[in-house]
Structures are given as C-alpha cells and as structure tokens.
Design a protein around this ligand. Sequence first.
Ligand code: HEC
Ligand code: HEC
Length: 506
Amino acid sequence: MNRRRMNKFAFLALCALFFAGTAAAKPGDTAKGKEIYDKRCTWCHGAEGDGAGAAKDMLNPPPRDFTSGNYKIKSSSFEDMAPNDDDIFRMIRDGMPGTSMPGWSDVLKEQDIWDLVAYVKTFAGYDEPPAAQVDFGTRIASSGESIAKGRKLYEEGDRCVECHGKSGKGSASKRLKGDAGERTWPRNLTKPWTFIGSSDPKDIFARLSTGIAGTEMPSFADPRSRKKLSIEERWHVANYVASLARTGRKVDAENTVIKADKVEGDLPGTPDDARWEKSTPSTFYLVPQLIAEERFFTPANDTLTVRALYNDKMIAMLLEWDDRTRSIPGDEAAEKLADAPIAEDGVAVQLPVTLPKGMEKPYFGMGDAKHAVNIWHWKSGAKGSTESIDLANSRGFREIEKRDAAGLKAKASYSDGTWKVLITRPLTTSSPDKDIQFTEGGFIPVAFAAWDGSNGEKGSKHTMTTWYWLLLKPATGTRPLVAALMIMGLFAGGLLWWARSAKPAA
Ligand code: HEC
Ligand code: HEC
C-alpha cells in the first residue's frame, strides 16, 4: 500500500466513525471512567458511588446513590431497573434541569462520557443490557382531539390530579417523598423546561411508561396498576401534558428591562384585572440567597414574572410566581404540608433611593454604604391576620431602617398554585432624599426577592434575582417626534448598559 492510499483509507475510516453519530452506545473503559469519576463526580456522588459526597446535605434532590440501581430517566421497560447506556449517556452529557446535576458536554469528550457510563453502572452491578424496552407502538401526533382525550384520562380517577393538581402546577395537597426519605415535589407541568428527561411528547411517553424510579411518580404501563393506560392512551396524555406549557413564563435571558406602559385614567385595582394581560411580562430566575447569613441551598420558588403600568400619579407592579403551598402560620392544613415551623410567604422589591448616574447599579445584596436602597416587603399574613407591606431603607445587610409605608399599598391573590401580588405607590413622595422618585424614560435598577414560608424560608433565607431595569415608557402616538427621540435614547441607553456590563468586574 503506498502512502496516498493509506491516507485515503484513514480518511474514510474517520468519516465512518464520524457518521456513526452519537446514538449508538460505544463501549466504555471502566478504568478510564473511574479516573474521570474520581476527579469530577465524587464531590456529589461520593467515592463509593453511594451519593454520600461532601455536598450531599446541601442538595435536594440529593445526588444519586448509584448503588441503589435507581435511574430516573430510562427507556428500558418498567420491569427492568437497568437503564440503557444511551439513557445514562444523555443525563451525563445534558445534565438534569432544576437539580444540581450539571451537563458535561463542555468539559468532557464523548468517549470520556462513555467511559463514565461504563464505570457508573458497576456500582449497581449492571453488566447485562436491559432485557426489554419501552414499547412506543405508533406515535400519535398532537391534535385538538388527542389533547382532549388526554385531558380526560389525566383527570379521570384522580390519575394525575392527585399529585400534579388539576392545572398541572403540582400544587395538590399531598406530601411526597423519595426513596432516600427526602421531601419531593411533583413536577410543575406548566413549566416543561424544568423536566429532567425533556418535554418532547416521546420523552413524556417514556416517563409515563417507566415512572420515575426512587420517587412516587408511578408507571402507567404496569398492568397491575389500577390507573394503567394503553399505548394509545399514553400518547394522548403525553400530548395533553405537552399542551400545558405556558411558554410566556419562560425566562428570556436577553430580556433585562421591565417595560411599564402608561395608561390613561385609573390603574388596575386588583391582581386579577384583565388589563394586566395586555402589559408585557418579564420573567426572571430566582436563585437562593448565598451572601449573608444564613445561607440556604434548597429553594422552592424558581422564577418570578413581573409586569408594570403607570399613570400620571401612580405606578403599579404585578408580581406573579408559582408556589405550590399557601403558607399560613397557625393554619393546621398548611402546617401539615410544610417543613415546619411555617412562616409567611413573601415577596420584595428593591430599588435604589437615588437614581444612579449612567447605568451604575447599587451593590447586589441590599445596597451598600454609598448606595441606599428602598425595600418594599410584602408578607402573606398568618391565621387571623391579613397581608401586609412594609417599607425599609437599607445600606447593606446590617443597616436597615424601618419606615412608615404610607402611600405604598399591596393586594394579593392566591389561586391554584399561583401568587399574584399587586403593589402600588405614588410616582413621587414628600421625602425625595429617602424614597425613589419615578420619572418617565429613565432606566431604574430593580431587583426582587421571594420567600416560600412552607419551605422554611424566612429573613435572609430566601430566593432573589439579580438587578434588572424598570423603564417607564412615555406615552406615544400623538407625538411621533417624541417617540423617535425615545427610541434613539433607548438604543443609546441599551448600548451604554451593554458596554458597561461587558467590562470585566472591577
Ligand atoms: C454538583 C453535584 C453533582 C455533580 C458534581 C455530579 N452530579 Fe450527577 N447528579 C447530581 C444530582 C443531585 C442528581 C440527582 C438528580 C435527580 O434526582 O433529579 C444526579 C444524578 C446523576 C445521574 C442519574 C441519572 C438518572 O437518570 O437518574 C447520573 C448517571 C449522574 N448524576 C452522573 C454523574 C457523573 C458521571 C458525574 C461526574 C462527571 C456527576 N454526576 C457529577 C449531582 C451531581
Ligand atoms: C403519586 C404521585 C404522582 C402521580 C399520581 C403522578 N405523578 Fe408525575 N410526578 C410525580 C413526582 C413526585 C414527580 C417528580 C419526580 C422527581 O423528583 O424527579 C413527577 C414527575 C412527572 C413528570 C416530569 C418528567 C421529567 O422528565 O421531569 C411528568 C411529565 C409527569 N410526572 C406526568 C405525570 C402524568 C401525566 C401523570 C398521570 C398520568 C402523573 N405524572 C401522575 C408524582 C406523581
């Protein structure tokens, strides 16, 4: 064989390898897998694979104990505990949303992941591939008719409602736990981007067929279950579940500005006023507060949706978030569901007292010595007491001054797993040195915090967002020139913000 032919041969071999794709499981090397595992995975999963890594007590769900043999996401039959190699590969590559299990595709090569698959399986002694697979039959495409059938099956005989609730938000009043004794929550089916095994109807079909090992989510393919569903029925339910998505409440990382529209006449007086539907929602991630004592790592609220409107006198903000439990201290039913002791649910808005020059923002956590912030703190009330809103000024965590909240008002509604809190305040107040004064057209920094009192969240134990912007959009229409100037201003403002945030932190 001459050199040219050999090169051609090597090239073809490489092509064949490349086009083989990622679908087929590749044999992994357990010894190499162990090396990578010992470096990357023990902190959570433990050196013995028993889930007892150093981070164990900080995480819910806890890191998987691989010796249990439980795999949540699998495409093998419900009767077989062992997953397919592809299933494990996918979880390691993509991670599991809403849990601390990260995806490794940026860090590890494909072969590294196959080596890990081979090694991780040894903890449960899975050396044979599973005997039977999920039977997908013939996929039924989504349609109005299929969704209607799915809905009936979902609600019938308390099949899914028992845990996921009628609206799918997982707010049913039932306490669930996992095999390790940890508290678990049914998934909020209206947020399919939080599914650990993807929200493609085919994946939902697989979850309905296998159940989720180690949790109370059952298999509906099991003929012994009184709730069992045929293949056809499982497709209808999968199509129905996929239809529950409220994509308007998904976080859009590009959106950092809450746009308040100006209204003529009165502002909406209640959180459920239909006029809110017309205003633009912005949804932000809530992350656990990790800066001040006391830190916490197991939050229950994940996102917050904000809308704002104003007229010539007042500003109104509507804060909306899914919270599975209405936390009423002193209420027996609420206490049964909670991880006692129960505290009030709450939400807070943080605004700088004086508008920063340019696009500078106050320090992330409750202001700092030079930059005081206003904190509007709403609490849901206890048994026999009503909701309340407090005003405080703060310069960091230790310097907090309680103030008279005159002029600041709140009104909330809780229904079906969702809190909506309407907060109003006059645009200007009589103490401009202590209160933010709202003006049209400028970018106002704003941040939020939330508390789930049934999850032990109280005081500095809460979730929070980073700083975003609030913009009171001037009314447009009659004066096109003003509108054009405003758009230019917005553009310049946006650029300035971008330029500043692109700079490395000082
Ligand atoms: C920061 C903590 C953390 C690290 C680091 C971590 N994991 Fe995980 N992992 C978890 C948690 C938590 C779960 C359980 C999620 C759940 O139950 O929903 C999990 C679950 C898994 C599962 C189970 C998938 C299933 O279908 O049930 C596999 C496999 C896995 N991890 C592999 C790995 C490997 C391999 C590494 C190292 C490359 C690793 N993990 C590193 C936290 C971690
Ligand atoms: C006994 C309680 C219970 C019942 C009944 C139940 N589920 Fe679940 N379901 C759960 C729990 C708990 C989880 C979350 C498991 C976890 O922690 O990963 C879950 C998770 C899910 C998920 C998320 C899958 C993913 O990839 O993350 C879907 C979809 C789902 N359930 C659909 C359904 C449907 C549809 C029904 C009825 C046919 C149903 N469930 C019935 C408890 C239940």
